[in-house]
Design a protein around this ligand. Structure first.
Ligand code: URA
Ligand code: CA
Length: 433
């Protein structure tokens, strides 16, 4: 097999065989096929697309380029949730204990945040003592005992994806549905769960800016998952404005606690229920999505979900008393209000820019090496569609420095007030096949 022939084949719009795709990914991972040939192939895929079969094969070739996590020692159907990334997205913190409270194993591998999006591990580390540096045996043991554990990313997972993604980044081939879908799904599949629930975000704060693109990506990923034997569903949700009120690590832990008690922000709660019911259904614990939703509401109502969050914190070395005493979470030194300059209705809160404002305060990382301040962040006092009077606070800044002029300016530039506005649609589509 010669790489040049395979590039020509894809350039001419033909379908690559399973063997050809494996040859390319294996050769590239071993540095036997050079970047320039893979660049040309990526561009051909960008223009000529891939069939569902090719996409599934590409995904599995990337999975097989490195280690995979074996979760077979964990009893039950393991369901993982993945978000394509957003601002103030506190859903994992809520969903993990919520679903585990229904005896569904949550064996979560998580990462840290970068840029305007936060990471689950950073948020959990806002709880004193909490750590994710546990070994594989302890991880499995915790999930079997209490149905929930979170571990940091480790091992040599999907090395082909790391090389490909870096190459695509500099060859204008990131924005290709088959390449994005196989990249994301390969990482989820290598992480070992039996079923996958995807939260595909759309809007300013999301990777997919339009609803049409988000739908195409969601359908592509669901199809890959189901074609390679992992039951997969997706929700397409709004990320034009941040999710919930809190953006920042300790602030989001508090918001998750509120939501587990049934008193969280409406949008966060609705999205958690939409994703959670798919997880419960895919774990074979309910015979319909409606029944699954009732089960989730029940464990919020009877306190089991909150208790599960406490057990989870204790198991991983954290101080679970923060659940009843959230004032024990890291607190910022200064609370600074940002008053509305005019009366009207909030028409826009630009998610990525507001996420960047929180990052500038220290809540997120500008680069992988940055250190973060777990106490700081932003609390939205208004969401899109809310009426506001001049002088009322739009946002409360939680800061550890007194001078936050540039943050205030960014907030004003990215919250628009108009005469009329409606709240955005939160869930655009539920993708079940
Ligand atoms: N996120 C990924 O993990 N891969 C892509 O290709 C794009 C976004
Ligand atoms: Ca939030």
């Amino acid at each position: 097999m010669r790489m040049v022939d395979l590039i020509a084949k894809k350039r001419d719009g033909e379908e690559l065989t399973t063997e050809e795709i494996n040859f390319i990914i294996e050769g590239y991972t071993k540095d036997e096929i050079p970047d320039y040939q893979v660049s040309a192939l990526a561009m051909a895929i960008y223009f000529k697309d891939m069939t569902e079969r090719e996409r599934a094969d590409l995904t599995m070739a990337i999975v097989n380029s490195g280690d995979t996590i074996d979760l077979s020692a964990i009893e039950g159907v393991k369901v993982d949730k993945h978000s394509t990334g957003g601002v103030g997205d506190t859903t994992t913190l809520v969903l993990a204990p919520l679903v585990a409270a229904l005896d569904i194993p949550v064996a979560k591998m998580s990462g840290r945040g970068l840029g305007h999006t936060g990471g689950t591990i950073d948020k959990l580390e806002a709880i004193a003592g909490f750590h994710v540096e546990i070994d594989k045996e302890e991880f499995v043991q915790l999930v079997n005992k209490d149905k929930i554990a979170v571990i940091g990313q480790s091992g040599n997972l999907t090395p082909a994806d790391k090389k490909l993604y870096a190459l695509r980044d500099v060859t204008a081939t990131v924005d290709s549905i088959p390449l994005i879908a196989s990249s994301i799904m390969s990482k989820k599949i290598a992480a070992g769960s039996d079923a996958i629930v995807l939260d595909v975000k759309t809007g300013a704060g999301a990777f997919m800016k339009t609803v049409e693109d988000a739908k195409e990506l969601a359908h592509a990923m669901v199809s890959i998952g189901n074609n390679v034997g992992r039951k997969t569903m997706a929700v397409i949700s709004d990320m034009s404005q941040p999710l919930g009120f809190a953006i920042g690590n300790a602030l989001e832990v508090k918001e998750a606690i509120d939501t587990l008690q049934g008193k969280g922000p409406k949008d966060l709660e609705e999205l958690c229920l939409a994703l959670g019911r798919q997880m419960v259904y895919l774990a074979n614990k309910a015979s319909s999505l409606e029944e699954a939703e009732e089960m989730l509401k029940e464990v919020i109502h009877n306190g089991k979900a909150l208790q599960k969050f406490k057990d989870f914190i204790t198991n991983q070395g954290g101080d679970a008393s923060v659940v009843d005493h959230p004032e024990k979470l890291p607190q910022a030194a200064y609370l600074i209000e940002v008053p509305a300059l005019e009366s009207g209705v909030v028409a826009e809160i630009v998610a990525d820019e507001i996420g960047t404002a929180a990052m500038l305060l220290g809540a997120g990382r500008a680069t992988k090496e940055s250190t973060i301040d777990l106490a700081v962040g932003l609390m939205l006092n208004k969401k899109v569609g809310d009426p506001v009077k001049a002088g009322e606070s739009l946002v409360t800044i939680h800061s550890n420095r007194e001078n936050v002029k540039e943050v205030i300016q960014m907030i004003y530039e990215n919250i628009r007030i108009a005469d009329h506005a409606e709240p955005p649609v939160l869930i655009y589509e539920i993708v079940t096949e």
